[in-house]
Ligand binder design. Structure first.
Ligand code: SF4
Length: 76
């Protein structure tokens, strides 16, 4: 054992349509490890291939997004 944390297995692929994003910020609040916002408030994806826990939060964020700008697909 190296003592390092093993890299978490990606379980999802996160895509956003920034042309739809209305900068409401729910995604960054709901899943802060997956989403951030730029200085204009537009969504920025921090983790496009999240592990299980982050992917679940990303799905919640997708469901809450008022612009339906977030898609969470199964990992390839
Ligand atoms: S919740 Fe949707 S509309 Fe709001 S910042 Fe995130 S992607 Fe944009």
């Amino acid at each position: 054992m190296s003592g390092e944390h093993p890299r978490e297995q990606p379980v999802a692929r996160v895509e956003v349509d920034t042309s739809r994003c209305v900068s409401s910020g729910q995604c960054a609040v709901t899943a802060p490890l997956v989403f951030d916002q730029d200085e204009a408030g537009q969504v920025v994806v921090l983790a496009a291939e999240p592990g299980a826990r982050a992917a679940e939060l990303a799905r919640q964020a997708a469901a809450m997004c008022p612009a339906s700008a977030i898609r969470v697909h199964p990992a390839r």
